[in-house]
Design a protein. Sequence first.
Length: 429
Amino acid sequence: MKVHKSGVVLLAALALLATGCRGGGAEEGDGAISAPGVSSEACPDAVNADNGCIYLGSISDLTAGPFAPLGVPITESQKAFWQRVNEDGGIGGYDIDVTKYVKDNLYSPETHKQVYGEIEGDVLGLAQTLGSPTTLAILGDLENESVVGAPASWTSLWEFEDNILESGTNYCFEAMNNVDYMVEQKDIKSVMSVGFPGDFGGDGAAGAKIAAEANGLEYTNVETGPGQEAQSGAISAIVKGKPDLVIIGTGPTETAVIVGQAAAQGFTGQFIGLGPTWNPALLESAAAPALEALYLQSGYWGSFGTETDGHAAMREALGDGVSPNDGYTSGWAWSYPMKAALEAWLEGDYDKSREGLLEAVSELETVDYEGMLPEEAGNFVGEPNDTVFRQSVISKVDKKAPAGISIVQDFFAGPTAEAHEFTGSCFEG
């Protein structure tokens, strides 16, 4: 178990003493599971009519928030992922349903908390909880109710939270790697972070600052709000400051405005966007020429068209009718740890309760990502400094690639990330 965390095994033991309490039910005499979100009845439109049903909730940005262009494909990809699992027979006598309890958070922490409360009693866990500040709004609830969730975000805080099933490196190490990569490529002397405050922009900015200081570079941080009309201050700071490297931590719309308008005003430095900044639709925008000339995209695994077994399975499951988007890629990759946890929980000697699933998570040492990530990226046992996955990838804008980007630097960890003592989240605020 993760020894730095708050006693998962103790929680499981207490659950055994509290059978009959909501969220902590033990296995019933007939072998059924009494945990919330688990039914001996088949799922709606079941693939396997003789299986029971495990319901997982999804809370995403589906309409009005800045990450809806990613949240919609993330959610659709996760539906396809679990449909494939069900078509393979399900897990331990159960099909998995991620379609019945899907909620839109509007990328609002208040809305996220509200809709979580609406579905909490009906689901075993969360197949998706999108956003860092939004997930933080329910973190205490997840802990109190022993609910496990797969985040659609990469903040460094998740490494320290028992209830979060994170995948890939975090924004902090990603930004460190971006700075180290450019130091190797060019003679750079200054770095600027531009991103959303109190969000993934802040975590990435913290990593960029650590790497800038490690490399003896001048560093500046500029916070900017969501919306294309809110970017004039950030653009002005870039054009006036003329940093050699700009790390962007915004949504795709803001990325297009920042890069396009800064370039139009004469800026010729290098941009690298953190994972959530990219959407292939940007290649249809007026900023496309500037993006092709000045922009690189970092990330946590290869883009939509990458050749791994996991990518191939995703593309086959989605079919030919989808427009390639790395929301699909992320939604698929994020689902593997939950699958591994459910397999361990249902097939292992764990109390068949939410607490038992949480204990199973705490003992996962590897996850089979079918090549999308190395198996050791799914290690949830031990101290974060020892288990955190520090590697990321960097891609270039490539109109010929399915999702508009192709890898120029495969999985790597720069010297800053390798040396960093990871004893707490990089950014808290």
